[in-house]
Design a protein around this ligand. Structure first.
Ligand code: PMT
Length: 402
């Protein structure tokens, strides 16, 4: 579905070398059917010319607050009224700092103040500038103001350093813009999902694992994305295709999954733990292949971090959905997990006999914190996933139901 057709998108370009990427962004937005207008700050003009953006957008490019060519010389009001959405890409540290203090000393800051439409920013700066406490405080304030942040990415930078601060690629921004115009049930929500098994090494050639295929978690990720969510999928080792339009982070062990989840929690609205995480790992992984010299072998295991419980313990925790895969007394064990893990909902999952692990089908019951329960007959994981997304959407709109 092309959600960008005829959408009026205002692109603000500020002073960063990543300004060159804004040209490609404007080009692909136009290709996707959007109407694009561009405002460049004085900093941005050091990196890019209005002529280039004018050719790509098919519109004049705005640079000055006091513009005699605009109706009543009030270009900022005209542009603020015109846009359906404002995306500042790249957003420099300087622009972000000026924006959060409410300055109105150039066209871009002024029109942002004069606008009521959603504002998104794609930060781009040197990694130390991004990590600087002042910038991080500004970012926290931006989030509190309801400004959406896309990126930055981690990687090599124009200054030769490596770290967080790269503007995310134009094609990723295009996908995010498409999602932001999707008015599905989870539009504008960020959902973090774990899926698949974890593998815990015994020695260089063997590991402890389970039969999770990742099918359930991947189906949820796709259903959430189709409902308009910004989805991050943190996946153990599986043999499934990477779903499109979803950020996928692959991990092997429970500890890696824990770290990836904690790293991706900011601005997360919903957390779904569909992974079958190994409860234990080896205390000491053998450095060489274990030999079968003895009749019996004793392995000493230590507990892995409980990812679901750790997220649920956070003060600003998102809506929390856990799974409970059980072979017997499923509902009772699941009810216990609902309480012990302090989550809003548990998906009780009957496993064995051709359902649950590995199969295309699943038999589940949704157990809600408020005591409500809904059992689904055996059905495929895509159907389970879309019903789960419906329940999550209703929980998000009725906070008292949580
Ligand atoms: O991957 P498939 O083949 O499609 O199979 C799907 C599934 C059966 C794996 C899935 O539907 C499912 O039920 N996942 C949970 C598996 C499980 O056994 O969970 P648990 O009872 O060990 O843990 C309960 C909850 O805590 C789960 O949400 C789990 O992700 C989470 N957990 C558990 C341990 C741990 N260290 N960290 C966790 O976050």
């Amino acid at each position: 579905m092309n959600t960008l057709s005829n959408r009026k998108i205002l692109i603000g370009i500020t002073g960063s070398i990543a300004a060159y990427k804004a040209c490609e962004l404007v080009r692909i937005l136009k290709q996707a059917g959007a109407k694009v207008r561009v405002v460049i700050t004085q900093g941005g003009l050091e990196f890019i010319t209005p002529m280039t953006l004018q050719a790509l957008s098919g519109e004049r490019v705005w640079t000055d607050l006091l513009d005699p060519e605009s109706e009543a010389a009030m270009g900022h009001i005209e542009l603020a009224r015109w846009a359906d959405l404002i995306l500042i890409a790249p957003a420099s540290a300087n622009f972000i700092a000026r924006f959060i203090t409410g300055m109105a000393d150039d066209l871009l800051t002024t029109l942002c103040l004069a606008s009521t439409v959603p504002i998104y920013m794609a930060p781009a700066m040197n990694q130390q500038m991004w990590l600087n406490t002042i910038t991080q405080q500004n970012i926290t304030k931006l989030r509190a103001l309801g400004v959406g942040l896309w990126g930055p990415a981690i990687g090599g930078q124009a200054c030769g350093e490596t770290g967080p601060g790269r503007m995310i690629e134009p094609v990723e921004l295009l996908e995010k813009l498409q999602l932001s115009f999707n008015n599905g049930a989870l539009a504008g929500k960020r959902v973090v999902i774990t899926a698949g098994p974890t593998q815990e090494a015994l020695d260089p050639v063997r590991y402890l694992a389970n039969h999770s295929s990742g099918k359930m978690g991947y189906a949820i990720a796709e259903a959430a994305r189709a409902a308009g969510a910004d989805v991050i999928l943190i996946s153990g080792p599986v043999h499934l295709a990477r779903p499109e339009g979803i950020e996928v982070i692959t991990v092997t062990t429970a500890e890696q999954m824990y770290k990836a989840v904690m790293h991706k929690l900011s601005a997360c609205d919903v957390f779904i733990g569909a992974a079958a995480v190994a409860d234990y790992r080896l205390q000491d992984i053998a450095q060489q292949k274990i030999k079968k010299t003895e009749e019996t072998l004793t392995l000493r295991l230590v507990k892995n971090p409980d990812i679901l419980a750790a997220v649920a313990a956070k003060q600003d925790k998102p809506l929390m959905i856990g799974f409970a895969a059980e072979t017997e007394d499923v509902l009772n064990y699941a009810r216990q997990k609902l309480i012990e893990k302090n989550v809003d909902m548990i998906v009780a999952n009957q496993v064995g006999h051709g359902v649950g692990f590995e199969s295309d089908d699943n038999t589940v019951t949704f157990l809600l914190r408020n005591g409500k329960e809904q059992s689904l007959t055996k059905q495929n994981k895509q159907q389970v996933a879309s019903k789960l997304v419906e329940v999550i959407a209703s929980l998000l709109t009725q906070p008292t139901e949580k």
